[in-house]
Design a protein around this ligand. Sequence first.
Ligand code: AHR
Length: 900
Amino acid sequence: MKKMMIAGAALLMSLSMLGQTPLNIQTKKSTVSVNQDMYGIFFEDINFGADGGLYAELVKNRSFDFPQNLMGWNTFGNVSVETVGGPFAKNPNYVRLLKSSHPEKYTGLENEGFRGMGFAKDASYRFSVYARAKSGEQKIRAELIDEQNEIIDKKVVVINGADWKKYQVVLTSNREVLKGRLRIFFESGEQVDLEHVSLFPTDTWKGRESGLRKDLAQALADLHPGVLRFPGGCIVEGTDLNTRYQWKNTVGPVENRPLNENRWHYTFPYRFFPDYFQSYGLGFFEFFQLAEEIGAAPLPVLNVGLVCEFQNKDTSVQVPVNQLEPFIQDALDLIEFANGDSTSKWGKVRTDMGHSKPFGLKYLAIGNEQWGKIYPERLEPFVKAIRAKYPTIQIIGSAGPSSDGKDFDYLWPEMRRLKTDLVDEHYYKSPDWFYTNATRYDKYDRKGPKVFAGEYASHDATTKKANNYLSALSEAAFMTGLERNADVVRLATYAPLFAHVDAWQWNPDLIWFDNLHRMLTPNYHVQQLYSQYKGTDVLAALSAGQPLTGQNGLYASSVKDAKTNTIIIKIINKEMKAQTLNIVLDGYKQKVASVKMVRLQNDNLKAINALGKPDQFVPEEATLELVGSKFDFSAAAQSFTILVIQLSDAKVSDTGKTPGLHGQAGKPTVFTIGDSTVKNGDGTGSNGQLGWGTYLGDFLNLDSVNVENRALGGRSSRSYIEEGLWDKVKSSIKPGDYVIMQFGHNDGGAPNDVQRPRGTLKGNGDEAKNFYMDATKDSLLIHTFGFYMRQYVNEARALGAIPIVCSLIPRNHWTDGKINRDDKTYALWARQAAEQTGAQFIDLNTIIADKYDVLGQNFVECLFVADKTHTTMTGAKLNAFIVSQGVKGLKDCKLSSWVK
Ligand code: AHR
């Protein structure tokens, strides 16, 4: 034994000297199973994450119940706030509009939204209001207003009746407006009362009226979260008992959910947001519903009878232990609300809200960041009551606000004494801490409560805590320790989740957004990759007998996934140089395996994603081939790589194949580049839209070629280059590869558009023009569409690849029963660029248009989603087939022989 260890150490030393690190994966010895809820999300209404964020309501202070009743509103003419006689007892205020004193003067009001209102082009918005008329017929007019004070759309609402009734109209925006407003004119009549004035996009998550913002909810779904912790965080505690989060106030009809102060409005006086309140439109029912829809186990956090201990040093303000009964009852009632049948009091409330099926609650946290004796003495009666009535609920206690220290050391034994199932640990620390703490859980006590890493994030103070690549990479390294210790750490959620770019209190945050767009951070991608590749069982991954936890700057962990029949290896290289790992798969007998490699890499640790460039930093994927059970793997400098080895019973012969891991050795790769019609979102169809690049491989002989779809939604011929996406493709190209390119859908806008600076000059000429760019405050030389297409062709060729230019697929626009063609603009210019450079050309625009004309408009409608540009799965498959047929028809192109 001793001898072996010395041999192992000697091997490690000699390999280290060679710059190589051994890594042994014990594929047959699974020690621990991975909790399928393990990686999740933590939602708190901080940074305008709920009102102004995920909750899609555009009107701020819709019920006039902010302490300053008209905050968020501008009134003109004759408007007063009334407090008696409103329709909703818990939100008593409403406004009264009286006819103005002069025919040329007006009465009305405007709402400023949450740092403006975002109106998307061609999107519609439902304006609704509870109203009553003093007498007869009264008319109000709802208007969407843009930043230049222009009216975008307007509709009249006739109010007829002295009883409160709900009225609604739908307004449409014909342009994108980031900071618009809602204006309401009192058009005619004597007196009208208005309450609960609301404006929602009609296109919400799951199409729900008054629902959630679709792009943000989709971002959560795309994380594949196992658990959803809500609603906080500090807001659970409140600054005082009155303003603590009380779940019962957040259920039932939204109009009658009483407003609450949001403690993040004053928590940091240097980031002060006096207009930050909680409408509770996103309440506990909606949280449970969201959790169910995104496949996450709900994990509510309830107040333990303590208000925020940071803000209340005087313990006499806390609820005495002998007066905790209503708080404990809230916890029991919540379990009934989530899991009780429709005959129970709270199960009925849930049923009445439209969900008779129980939500299947299994986790419940009591207390957030509490510390000192005052916490366990309050937690204890909660535990007793919950255990007595609901013994299967897993109770989560807190280890306080720090990852170590006096309070932490006191609370852990207390949680053991109280036998909580899990203990919630929080750590907001430096990247170095995260790298060092990859070993944190290796020596944790295996008995007693498990760990819930309920709030964590790597804070790079040198960049004012930006969501940069350094923070993401250090989190990825740390998370190998979570994965390796999946028997101890059962749940983990990054924090905080959301931040509005104009109204944040805390950074870093996982997802940033403005009123219309979202930006996924590098940290988001790390979370997503862990969740997506969490596996089912942990495999030992050892370097000379030890876990790889920073030796040579390398980190590794491994799992097997019984569901997908794969072995998954995660490797982080934090060094600035590539490093080789000599990987041995112990006990693995398969001769040949297909390996998916997913990688985040950047030479610049300060790299970030930005709103205008949300996808410049995304994981890349490649398909490799593994022959045998040993291989050298070169971990790129500053990279997080996941190798997914597909196990299979198929007996694939390795005759003539060289052992090792091969990046497409002997096989050319077909790279597809372009926009969302080639690859939509992450290319998996999770948003219901797909590009043809996802399916091209279905029509090619994959024994002879690999396909890598490197297109990205929203990109023009110019921005694909500017954002470094083309550089990444170039660094993967080897002689004999193919580059199939299709751009044009996003080239038409203004070159210096503030939101999306991606337009190119029209045409195919050599002219170029300087434009001042808002983002860089500098000028930039912009070329024609044809110029950029020629650049792709020439540069691909210089690397030995074969470029194939495609004209753009048509949009779903028809005239007189014929699909509109682009043959005078982008399709023409793409053809010209191909002719000028002698590149292969597929006239997709014409071929697909011909096909669509034959199929007819009714049929073709089904190939597109509602926006007329993006295809459904069937549409994408048809287009991929047509591309493959286009390839088949190319002369002097070897690729044509590999079309099935
Ligand atoms: O995530 C932000 C805050 O950090 C949470 O509200 C609190 O629990 C922690 O202090």
